[in-house]
Write a protein that binds this ligand. Structure first.
Ligand code: NAD
Length: 503
C-alpha cells in the first residue's frame, strides 16, 4: 500500500511541479498580479513541491469583485439547482479522494490513515448543507393586531474564508459548503504552508458546473493577501480558522468595514479522568485525542488531569502506549504520527520540551527528534508530567504530539485547573458518576464538552469555542446564522392609524 501511495504521489507531483499553483478567479487560473510566487515544500524531506502564486491586494480585489458580481445571480438560483450543483461537488470530491489523500499527506505531514478520510468528510459536508438549502431562508411569523410580521433569511453577500494548515482540505469544505448553500459567494485564502489541495477542491467545484465567480481562490501570505481580504469593502463577513493572535489582527483589520467575523481559534483542552472512570476506554481516548493528526488539532486534549488514586497506574500504561506510537512517513498506512508541518513548527514544539525541564516539569517520553528520521520535521510523541498551572507550558498551545499531565485530588481542584487557561474550546470528562459528569459539564469553561468520549463530530451540533478559543458556532443551523441576515417584513392590514403631521 505504501508503494502504491508513493506511486500515486509521484504522478501527481510531476503534474504539480509543471503547472505550479495559480489563483482561481472567475473560474480561471491566474498568476499573481505582479507574477511573484512562493515555494511550497514538503515536511517529509524539505522537497520543493511546487511554486505557488503569491496573491496580492490587486488579486484579492479582482476576486472580491468577481464574487460580488456572481452573488447577484447565485443568491437567486432556485434551490433545486443549487442543491444539484453542491451534490455534484461532493461526487467530484470523492472522485479525487486518492489524489487529495496523498497530496494532503505530503503537503502537511498528516498520516494517510487520516487524510484518506478527508474526502469522505468533505463530500459529506457538501451533501449535508445542500440538503438544508430548501429550509435555509425560512423565518418566523410574528403577527400583531394591525400588521402581519414575518422574517426571512437572506445570504449576507460575498464572504472571505481563511483557513489554517493543519487539516486544510476538510476545514475548507466545512466553511465553504454552508456559505454556498446559504447563497453566499466566496473568496478563499488557503494557508501558505499547505496550499495544494485547495485547488483540487476548486476544480471539483468548477467541474460540477458552479457558475464562475461564485468561488474564488487566492493564495498567498496572511499579512498581504489575507489582510487585504479582511479589509475589502465588498466582503461582508470573514470565516476564519487559525491562531488566536491572528483572530485579533483580523478583528482590527475588519473594523473599518464593520466585518462580521466567525473565529475558530486555539485550544488548550483538558481531559479529566476520575478514579471511577472506565480506564481502558479513557486511555484509548487520551492517546487518540492527543496524538492523532500529529497533535496539530485544535480540539486535541493537550492537558491530562488525572485523579491521584489512579495516577501511577494510568501513567504507566500511558507511557507504554506513547512510546509505541508509530512515527514515520505519512504515506505509510501504518504510520500514526508523521512529520510536523514545517521546520519552524518542529523547533517550536521541541522548544516546549526544553521549557518543561526549565520550569521544573519532567519529560517522561519523547521530547526529541527520532534518531532514524532526521530528514523531515519529526518529533517523538512526548509526555510531560509534574505540571502546575503557573507554568508557561500549562498555558500555551503547543499544537504537536505533546501531552502535559496534572495530578488532582478533588472535583473542585480539577475544575480550577481545567479553567485556568485563557482558552475554552473543548473538554473531555471521564467518570461514571452521573451527577459529577453533569456538574463538570456545567462548570467547565468550553464551547464543547464530551462525557466518556473522544471528539465525535455530529454535523447538526454547534461547534465552536468560548474565551480566547473563538466567536460563533458552526454546524447545522448555526452555520446559516453566520452566513445569513434576518430580515423582518411588516405588512399592514390597512386599518391602523397613521399620525398626521403638518395638517
Ligand atoms: P494562523 O493564524 O497562523 O494562519 C491561519 C490563516 O490565517 C492562514 O491562511 C494565514 O495566511 C492567515 N493569516 C495570517 N495572518 C493574517 C492576517 N493578518 N490577516 C488575515 N489572514 C491572516 O494559524 P495556523 O498556524 O495556520 O493554524 C494553527 C492554528 O489554528 C492553531 O492555533 C489551531 O488551534 C487553530 N485551529 C483552530 C481550529 C478550531 O476549530 N478552533 C481548527 C483548526 C486549527
Amino acid at each position: 500500500m505504501f508503494e502504491k501511495n508513493v506511486k500515486k504521489l509521484n504522478t501527481e507531483l510531476r503534474k504539480l511541479k509543471k503547472s505550479g499553483i495559480q489563483n482561481i478567479i472567475n473560474g480561471k487560473p491566474y498568476p499573481s498580479s505582479d507574477k511573484t510566487t512562493f515555494e511550497n515544500t514538503s515536511p517529509v524531506n524539505g522537497e520543493l513541491i511546487c511554486q505557488v502564486a503569491k496573491g496580492t491586494e490587486k488579486d484579492i480585489d479582482k476576486a472580491a469583485k468577481a464574487a460580488m458580481k456572481a452573488f447577484k445571480t447565485w443568491r437567486l438560483m432556485p434551490h433545486k439547482e443549487r442543491k444539484a450543483i453542491l451534490y455534484k461537488v461532493a461526487d467530484n470530491i470523492e472522485k479525487y479522494a486518492n489524489e487529495i489523500a496523498v497530496l494532503e499527506s505530503y503537503d502537511t505531514g498528516q498520516p494517510i490513515r487520516f487524510t484518506k478520510k478527508a474526502a469522505i468528510r468533505g463530500a459529506y459536508n457538501f451533501r449535508y448543507f445542500a440538503d438544508k438549502i430548501i429550509d435555509a431562508p425560512n423565518g418566523l411569523s410574528t403577527p400583531d393586531t394591525e400588521h402581519v410580521n414575518f422574517t426571512m433569511k437572506q445570504p449576507i453577500g460575498p464572504v472571505g474564508v481563511i483557513t489554517p494548515w493543519n487539516a486544510p482540505f476538510m476545514l475548507s469544505t466545512w466553511k465553504i459548503a454552508p456559505a454556498l448553500a446559504a447563497g453566499c459567494t466566496v473568496v478563499h485564502k488557503p494557508a501558505e504552508f499547505s496550499p495544494v489541495t485547495a485547488n483540487i477542491l476548486s476544480r471539483a467545484a468548477h467541474e460540477a458546473g458552479l457558475p464562475k465567480g461564485v468561488w474564488n481562490t487566492v493564495h498567498g501570505f496572511g499579512e498581504s493577501a489575507g489582510k487585504a481580504l479582511t479589509e475589502h469593502e465588498d466582503i461582508k463577513a470573514i470565516a476564519f480558522v487559525g491562531e488566536t493572535t491572528t483572530g485579533s489582527h483580523i478583528m482590527r483589520q475588519g473594523a473599518a468595514t464593520l466585518k462580521r467575523v466567525h473565529f475558530e481559534l486555539g485550544g488548550k483542552n483538558p481531559v479529566i479522568v476520575f478514579d471511577d472512570a472506565d480506564m481502558d476506554r479513557a486511555l484509548d481516548a487520551v492517546v487518540f485525542m492527543k496524538y492523532s493528526l500529529n497533535g496539530e488539532r485544535c480540539t486535541s486534549s493537550s492537558r491530562l488531569l488525572l485523579h491521584e488514586d489512579v495516577y501511577d497506574s494510568f501513567i504507566k500504561k500511558l507511557k507504554r502506549r506513547v512510546n509505541s506510537i508509530k512515527v514515520g512517513h505519512p504515506l505509510d498506512p501504518n504510520t500514526e504520527v508523521g512529520p510536523l508541518i514545517h521546520p519552524s513548527h518542529q523547533e517550536k514544539v521541541l522548544s516546549y520540551a526544553k521549557l518543561a525541564k526549565e520550569e521544573g516539569a519532567k519529560v517522561i517520553a519523547g521530547g526529541t527528534k527520532p534518531r532514524n528520521l532526521i530528514e523531515g520535521c519529526y518529533v517523538k510523541p512526548t509526555l510531560v508530567e509534574g505540571l502546575d498551572t503557573s507554568m508557561r507550558l500549562a498555558n500555551e498551545e503547543v499544537f504537536g504530539p505533546f501531552l502535559s499531565v496534572f495530578k488532582f485530588k478533588t472535583e473542585e481542584e480539577a475544575i480550577r485547573i481545567a479553567n485556568s487557561v485563557r482558552f475554552g474550546l473543548t473538554a473531555y470528562i471521564w467518570t461514571n458518576n452521573t451527577g459529577r459528569a453533569h456538574r463538570l459539564a456545567r462548570d467547565v469553561e468550553a464551547g464543547m464538552v464530551w462525557i466518556n468520549s473522544q471528539n465525535v463530530r455530529h454535523l447538526p451540533t454547534p461547534f465552536g469555542g468560548v474565551k480566547y478559543s473563538g466567536i460563533g458556532r458552526d454546524g447545522g443551523e448555526y452555520s446559516f446564522d453566520f452566513y445569513m441576515e434576518t430580515k423582518n417584513i411588516s405588512v399592514a392590514y390597512g386599518t391602523h392609524s397613521i399620525p398626521k403631521l403638518g395638517k
